[in-house]
Design a protein around this ligand. Sequence first.
Ligand SMILES: [Zn+2]
Ligand SMILES: [Zn+2]
Length: 334
Amino acid sequence: MRSVQVSQPGMPFLVSNTDRPAPGKKQVLIRVSACGICHSDVFVRDGLFPGLSYPRVPGHEVVGVIEKTGEAVLAWKVGDIVGVGWHGGHCFECDSCRKGDFILCEHSRVTGISFDGGYAEYMVSPEEALARVPDGMAKELAAPLLCAGVTTFNALRHSGAVAGDLVAISGIGGLGHLGIQFASKMGLHTVALSSGKEKEALARSLGAHDYIDLSSGDAVTALNKMGGAKVILVTAPNSELASRLVDGLSPNGNMVLVGVDANPLSVSPLQLIGGRKRISGWPSGDAKDSEETLRFAHQAGVRPMVETYPLEEAEKAYQVMISNKARFRVVLTL
Ligand SMILES: [Zn+2]
Ligand SMILES: [Zn+2]
């Protein structure tokens, strides 16, 4: 089968001919239809994740059809359309797993990092990492929802915001363009924050009710004029901006970080104590979260904006993604 591998950290993606893998007892073989390219694939590309072994096939936004099931797999059958996201399985035995909090498993595995992912014609996945893809959902639109989608959807639905609350989405990129759509479809008063007047039309077309241009005027003042944000979902990787925006939270407001910046946040305890405000983070979600993300998106009409490339052009597609030229998710189609 054709697969795209990283042979060593820092090396370009290489299209190779490899043996089709065989599923173990509690695994399935998937014929891949589409796989998103995520910024986190840089971990594989540049060897930034502890314990990585090479060669490795990246890809954790996988959609495909089950071709074969392991002998102990009961819940899935050949022909099922499934997705596999970042969360690539768990141990069922640690304290988090015993509570059903699989995403926080102490021994969790990551698709395309702990084992080969979806930049290939076929991949093997543990059954507990499978999400059902709704009938009729376009594969290239489902793929990015398995990482960028579940991250924003899950972060929002656990943020404490309820219908009608003011929710600000900072950043309109791979995560933010989905965050705006999810927030709006959840019935939240959705305010998009980005730099430049020209982003406003896009933000509103995605469902934002209001737009704050960070390059003109003070976003904190603007948010406070609206009563303050119950939730600020930070998708833009900009810790300096996030630190400033804390003062735009309403009392009991929650800043939820999903965008990653190497710099520390700089916030005084006084900014949080008086209004009982908090700053939190959110990881992606497990397979059931992914399934619920896909179902909500399909029902509500949340659609990632994607650029598609054939598997053979993985290197070119990755360069488009990593140089921030994509609008907004890049997906390999097979
Ligand atoms: Zn990802
Ligand atoms: Zn566990």
